[in-house]
Design a protein around this ligand. Sequence first.
Ligand code: ZN
Length: 254
Amino acid sequence: MQGQQQESTVVQRDQAKRAMVIVAHPDDAEFGCGGSVARWVREGWEVYYVICTDGGGGGPDEAQDVGPEARQRMVETRKAEQRAACQILGVKEVIFLDYPDGQLQPTRELKRELVRLLRTYRPTRVVCQSPERSWTPALLLGRYHPDHLTAGRMALEAIYPASQNAWDFPELLAEGLQPHRVREVYIVGAPVLNHAEDISETIELKLQALRAHASQVGDHFEQVEERIRRGAQECGARHQLAYAEEFHRTENAR
Ligand SMILES: [Zn+2]
């Protein structure tokens, strides 16, 4: 990760092995696709993260001190945790959009920011969250935090058609940001899962990266580890793999 200075050096051309992960909160990417990200990095992919919110609402449900200072401390903690997790997985850069946690809205402003990033970094592969709840076999409430649904909706709207259509956000074209067509999209938690990534060799890295989110999992990491291992094993069993992460994968054909 090279932070801000990286942005100016991003070349405005398509690169086959460049992926962008767009999620609502620090830790969402590790839970949803940390094993796949680690695997892709090993295969030579450049992976960029875009975290839409600041993570400031990520304290315990029972907390009593939830004022602006406590919130700011939480933001700093969660950003540091996200950066540590990125380092473990080999993510090249993490970009925080800093919308208030718990209040993400499907605005034109958010969509413009995502289109700007897609047109600047020009990833061929994008991972995002599902804009829809899956009701079967059982609704996992936490997976469908309203910010996740909004981040998923805005990411998909930014990918198609806005990023690839010069007529959308003409102000970006005026800035010199040429349209960019994302080639494949991986959706985490979608109602229909049609693709598995083999994470048998990277599950330990996924767990290590999850552990970096100490404010979220530190006091019950053993349960988290057990749940993640069991889930990845169940996914893997459906595809004759030891451990897997599942997605709805779709190609953006011409
Ligand atoms: Zn989340």
